[in-house]
Design a binder for this molecule. Structure first.
Ligand SMILES: Cc1cc2nc3c(=O)[nH]c(=O)nc-3n(C[C@H](O)[C@H](O)[C@H](O)COP(=O)(O)OP(=O)(O)OC[C@H]3O[C@@H](n4cnc5c(N)ncnc54)[C@H](O)[C@@H]3O)c2cc1C
Length: 377
């Protein structure tokens, strides 16, 4: 039977609460210096069964776990990075390939091997310059990828490359393979997520590490589709955290003899933040339920994309309310508000830009409406 919201909250606190508090403790200092979450945090999470839990849980339960992690952990990068690890492990396990499972998915699930997605290279999807070419029984990989979340921490990259036949292939590259060079990226936000770029210079890729020799685009889209609802899940928890932090501050800030929280305009702002939280939870839950029921489209599910889009916009709206009612405190007094502001702006582009999601959703909605033949107006 599926766990209730309260049961999930209790589980996360009892099993991983201490670790999340530890990771959160150093977040502000790490953020200022651009130092990633320490590798040992992922190993500790693995020892406590977090990543393995993700691989066994249904989508709704894992989504709720991520919401709680987003809510409890003061370092927003932890949920971001650990969920990339579990997403890639899930993809590897789904191949049914024993070598990929034993060599990568199992160590990832223990926090002993850290993966990252190296997809983007500052081109459109049809113009990727990274190339994978056959060379005897193996392949050779040459190119450069950027904007890689968790890239500085990564032991292995899931990457995509043109095959020369107008197609993309998916393969795994080890960070210590000859010809691989990882460099830090200077990111506007997610500064504890170890952002990096990676260069592949004639890297030998054994055939066993080629996950998808063709149609890598669909492969990547499946990963990104699942990624969208994961982002929406932990961001919902982070909006809850923002709401509670804002209320705590408003209660203790007195102006002209009364706490700010007692002023009706401030109450209305907090009310709008509350609506943002509940609306986010509702759409995320619906998207996750579709995945569990098997009714969602694994490549581009409209509800999943709507959830990522909606939660991102709700997070921006909630931040706007918080910055208005907290006065200078949010700007000067507590760096965590600025951190979240920067992270959420990253979601405007990450896992599909908001604009492109809108275009695709518009096309989906039009097709769906035409198929039904109805005219609700
Ligand atoms: C915080 C963050 C984390 C990320 N993590 C990773 C990661 O771990 N691994 C990875 O590989 N990548 C990662 N990325 C990269 C991310 O996937 C890309 O930024 C995203 O796909 C957009 O691509 P782009 O940056 O080239 O933007 P562009 O494609 O240049 O888009 C710029 C603008 O043009 C619009 N546009 C583009 N094409 C069209 C079109 N056909 N029609 C209409 N409008 C269009 C877009 O909507 C957008 O408004 C990350 C990005 C961010 C911000």
């Amino acid at each position: 039977m599926r766990m209730s919201e309260d049961e999930v909250a209790g589980l996360v606190r009892s099993r991983w609460g201490e670790l999340l508090a530890e990771v959160g403790d150093g977040a502000v200092e790490r953020y200022a210096e651009g130092v990633p979450v320490p590798r040992r945090a992922f190993a500790a999470a693995g020892a406590l069964g977090l990543q393995a839990f993700a691989l066994e849980a249904d989508a709704v339960t894992w989504g709720r776990v991520l919401e709680e992690i987003g809510y409890l952990c003061a370092d927003p990068a932890f949920a971001t990075v650990v969920s990339i690890h579990t997403g890639i492990a899930g993809l590897l396990r789904a191949t049914g390939d024993e070598h990929l499972a034993d060599a990568y998915a199992v160590p990832i699930s223990r926090g002993e091997c850290l993966p990252a997605l190296a997809f983007s290279e500052g081109t459109d999807l049809l113009s990727m310059r990274t190339e994978l070419t056959a060379s005897g029984p193996d392949f050779r990989l040459t190119g450069r990828k950027g904007f890689i979340t968790g890239g500085l921490l990564a032991d292995v990259f899931l990457t995509y490359a043109a095959t020369g036949q107008g197609d993309l292939a998916a393969c795994l590259v080890a960070a210590d393979d000859d010809g691989v060079e990882v460099e830090p990226a200077h990111a506007a936000g997610f500064r504890t997520a170890g952002a990096a770029s990676v260069t592949f210079e004639d890297v030998r890729i054994p055939a066993a590490r080629v996950l998808a020799p063709a149609d890598g685009l669909s492969h990547a889209q499946q990963y990104l589709n699942a990624r969208r609802v994961v982002i929406a899940s932990f961001t919902t928890g982070q909006i809850r955290r923002l709401l509670e932090g804002t209320v705590a501050r408003l209660r203790e800030t007195v102006r002209y003899g009364q706490p700010l929280m007692d002023l009706p305009n401030v109450q209305a702002a907090v009310g709008r933040m509350y609506i943002a939280v509940e609306a986010s939870r509702a759409i995320v839950h619906r998207a996750l339920s579709r995945l569990d029921a098997g009714t969602g489209d694994p490549v581009f599910d409209p509800v999943v994309s709507a959830a990522k889009h909606h939660v991102t916009e709700q997070a921006l709206a909630a931040l706007n309310e918080a910055f208005r009612v907290l006065g200078g405190h949010a700007y000067f007094g507590d760096p965590r508000y600025g951190m979240f502001l920067r992270e959420v702006h990253g979601l405007l582009a990450g896992a599909g830009t908001q604009d492109l999601l809108e275009i695709n959703l518009g096309m989906c909605a039009a097709t769906c409406a035409a198929r039904k033949g109805g005219n609700p107006t």
